[in-house]
Design a protein. Sequence first.
Length: 189
Amino acid sequence: MRKLVLFLHSSLDGYVEGPNGEMDIGWVSYDADLEKHAKEILSTADTVIWGRGTYQMMHSYWPSVPSDPSASEHELNHAEWIERTAKIVFSTTLENVEWNNSRLVKEGIEDEINKLKQQPGKDMVILGSPRLAHQLMQLDLIDEYKITVSPVLIGKGLPLFQDLKEKIDLQLIENKTFDSGAIGLVYRR
């Protein structure tokens, strides 16, 4: 059975976005060490799960990276990976999705995730999309939490965890400390 994995960056005080919204993540301690960690996480997945906002943000950026002469090797590799990866977008407001290998799901989030888990393949990763992640946490559908914690306090923004209805017991299966002082945590249900 496939796993649904949440991969998010958090501040030490537990925020996944700063007070200015979904693009307010400049505080993430991203360096070559964290790039390598992200690549390892994504290498276990063949499907990305997104909400509307993250899909639109990613679609507005990544398809243009291969033609950008200033793109780094990491950016080029990620652009190639994301282009060939299946992308499932959950949105009640979008009418269609146009990116290669993308599919729109407008309703039945719980049923759809459970069907996807039964299909053959690698892991599915919620890459960003913290609001969608909150819904999936409330439905108790996330199998692993892969969180990087940056050594910064931002004071306010969108919290990593929100409106959980019940306690979710987790087991720490991995932790790493990066050169930047960030920490990578992997918890399994």
